[in-house]
Design a protein around this ligand. Structure first.
Ligand SMILES: Cc1ncc(COP(=O)(O)O)c(C=O)c1O
Length: 405
């Protein structure tokens, strides 16, 4: 038997980076402690009632009877899925080179891979404040130094971005990439206007910074309209675009895509050791999407989510105190709330949980602090009845919190 030398430890084998991020993320302490009684308005899960169960079952059936050998054996990623992504991008006006499309295991995979190919320890990444919590985690664990640009009613504040880029340049620093969610932003639900999108790309070109456009909610517009992707605007050679089937099919499918400049896509492909996904699931997505079914399904989702948002909007108008300001999204999954000074989100969340409802405190969307009087409410997951009940409970919690002084 080999006996362990006391001076040997697995810890000595681990990279320095593994220890640097060992500690608990303090932001996560602000996540609500929900119970089985809580109506959760905190998380942007898809509505399970909108999952296309019948179509998924018949697609699995069809695939296994028509293409069994091709989908169950070793095989490269399905070309039909790449072609589907290419067609969808072309429909939006993107001039597509199919070689630069990468199928990925969720768009989160790119949020994890991009820092690996771009960042050295301490390199600057610019994010919106607030932004998608998951993205902050991916960037910080890869050693990024985060610069935060505020988000207003029209998305990222482009003047503040210009100031930050200028300040960095004055210190001889160049940001590596700007992470933005210009369409139906998570968490604020805002839209970046076309003029701001153009200015963003002009700044990216001037300072030589990649723009990571996260288009997770690009298809989910209540009126079925699609905003101009940064890929269609002057300066698009600086854009890496990511989109996902998670929101328009089902998150459990974990299928997404990336499209961007050749040198970046080549490196991402190299670092993506798992090919993104297997032949069965990639073919399932292209199979179910065929003959225009996916586009029809997106229309169904848009009407359903529009109705859910309207339900939440009307309930908030009825039950929230007048001085709680809320955003007015035109798509996506979220409403963002701005709380009055006497109502910090961290204190309110405890009262809300006691009333059987939860929200996401704004603080979790900020890499460098902020959001103490902000909250995200998701209308995507709960039924209309639960949305109304949840907002009624939250309005009551706000009044009780105030009365407690
Ligand atoms: C802005 C944003 N980007 C990316 C993701 C992750 O998407 P995926 O399921 O494709 O990994 C989400 C999911 O909530 C999101 O809100």
């Amino acid at each position: 038997m080999i006996s362990a030398n006391a001076s040997h430890s697995l810890d000595t084998l681990l990279a320095r980076r593994a220890f640097e991020f060992d500690h608990a993320n303090p932001i996560l302490a602000d996540l609500p402690k929900e119970t089985s009684e809580t109506i959760s308005l905190a998380y942007g899960d898809a509505d399970p009632r909108l999952f296309p169960i019948k179509e998924l079952i018949s697609s699995v059936d069809g695939l296994l009877s028509e293409k069994r050998d091709a989908v169950l054996n070793y095989a490269p990623v399905d070309r039909e899925l790449t072609e589907l992504v290419a067609r969808r991008l072309q429909k939006r006006g993107v001039v597509v080179d199919e070689q630069n499309i990468l199928i990925t295991y969720g768009s989160s995979q790119i949020l994890g891979l991009l820092p690996q190919i771009m960042l050295n320890q301490g390199d600057v990444v610019i994010v919106e404040g607030p932004t998608f919590l998951g993205a902050i985690e991916y960037f910080v664990t890869q050693g990024a130094t985060i610069e935060t640009i505020p988000v207003g009613d029209h998305g990222m504040d482009i003047d503040a971005l210009a100031d930050t880029l200028q300040r960095l340049a004055a210190h001889g620093k160049q940001a590596k990439f700007i992470y933005t969610i210009p369409t139906h932003h998570n968490p604020t639900g805002t839209m970046m206007p076309l003029a701001n999108r153009k200015r963003l790309l002009s700044l990216a070109a001037t300072y030589g910074v990649l723009v990571l456009e996260d288009d997770a909610y690009g298809d989910l517009d209540f009126r079925g309209e699609m905003a101009a992707s940064l890929l269609t605007l002057p300066g698009s050679e600086w854009v890496l675009h990511i989109g996902t089937f998670s929101k328009i099919l089902a998150p459990g499918v974990r299928m997404a895509w990336a499209y961007g400049p050749t040198p970046v896509m080549q490196r991402l492909r190299k670092f993506q050791s798992d090919q993104g996904a297997g032949p069965f699931i990639t073919r399932l997505v292209s199979y179910i999407a065929k003959d225009g079914w996916l586009e029809q399904h997106i229309n169904v989702l848009n009407s359903a989510y529009a109705y859910k948002y309207a339900t939440m909007r009307d309930a908030m108008a009825q039950h929230f105190p007048q001085d709680v300001r809320v955003s007015t999204p035109s798509g996506g999954f979220f409403v963002y709330g701005y709380l009055p000074l006497d109502m910090p989100a961290r204190a309110l969340i405890d009262v809300a949980i006691a009333h059987g409802v939860s929200f996401l405190p704004g603080t979790v969307g900020y890499a460098n602090g902020g959001g103490t009087h902000e909250m995200r409410l998701a209308f995507s997951f709960q039924s209309e009845a639960h949305i109304v009940e949840g907002i009624t409970r939250l309005g009551e919690a706000m009044r009780v919190h105030r009365a407690q002084g």
